[in-house]
Design a protein around this ligand. Sequence first.
Ligand SMILES: NC(=O)c1ccc[n+]([C@@H]2O[C@H](COP(=O)([O-])OP(=O)(O)OC[C@H]3O[C@@H](n4cnc5c(N)ncnc54)[C@H](O)[C@@H]3O)[C@@H](O)[C@H]2O)c1
Length: 308
Amino acid sequence: MTPEPVVTVGVIGAGAVGQTVAAGLVASGLSQRLLIASRTLDQAAALAADLEDMRQAAASPVRSEARQVAELVSCQATVIAARAVFANTRTSEVRMGGADANAPVIRALATALRGYQGTVLVVTNPVDLMTRLFAETSGCRRVFGIGSNLDSARYRITLARLLAVPADAVHGHVIGEHGDGAVVCASTTTVNGQPAAVPLPEVGAALHDRPGRIRHGIGRTRCGPAGAVLSTLRKALGLVDGTEELTAEYRGDWLGIPLRFTAGEPIACLPALDPDEDRQLAAAAVKLRTAYSSLAARRPTSLNLETM
Ligand SMILES: NC(=O)c1ccc[n+]([C@@H]2O[C@H](COP(=O)([O-])OP(=O)(O)OC[C@H]3O[C@@H](n4cnc5c(N)ncnc54)[C@H](O)[C@@H]3O)[C@@H](O)[C@H]2O)c1
């Protein structure tokens, strides 16, 4: 009998999100091996040691090792959760506040992983721009951004709470930007298979406030994005079929769109939109296209590891 192939997942960035994703991978056994890279090898080695302790204590089969970024080319999938050191003082368009600081990090990682054949999941914000930047700089084919699936998960639990129904009775998507240009697909949302009356102002306010409340309480959002990463990895690695709302190229723009994965292969499946949702999606596309062009037009600053 031929042995089962070993699935190896890479995680870049040993901070709040990277740690939570990595711990989720060790706990779930979704992959057999985990390679960690970060700004320094010492940082990656520290997280790998902590994860090895977890493996031993929890009797998990998943081994963790520290590596340089370029060595992650052997991984079937790689998660990018790196963040430059900068103070984000924005109170609106908060995620966009990371564009200039994080772009050089993403460019450097994309250059190191040029030609990579595996799946790349970008978490770094502003995720719609950073996903496109990584894809265009690296030339990698399978690059997706995490964000709209987290928004969709938050939408479903929020609507379930507002309508006093179980969360798994709610089906509906949030697409467009992972940010202020998110589009709630209310017209196709169902509860127990029936069209739902979505209280859009309450839903919008809850979606907008939730990340800030989490950050205020525990410093960073980490478990929600990690859940969205693990759920996407299962589909992208072909372990299960299903739909995730991910940043991907769609009709020339990069934004959050539902992708249906079958045996690991994605197909875009945009739900029917009413005229208002259609307008909002078009506005999100223009906003992201414009922000990306102006990011590309600004002179790339060289990556200085000492200042990160
Ligand atoms: N898309 C989403 O849904 C979502 C949700 C939460 C957070 N995020 C984003 O994820 C990113 C990470 O967040 P965090 O809270 O884990 O940040 P963090 O500051 O806790 O960790 C960032 C890590 O990246 C490492 N790093 C910095 N430069 C690097 C480089 N050049 N190469 C490799 N590693 C490098 C740092 O050393 C650190 O370990 C942020 O941009 C954040 O806004 C996105």
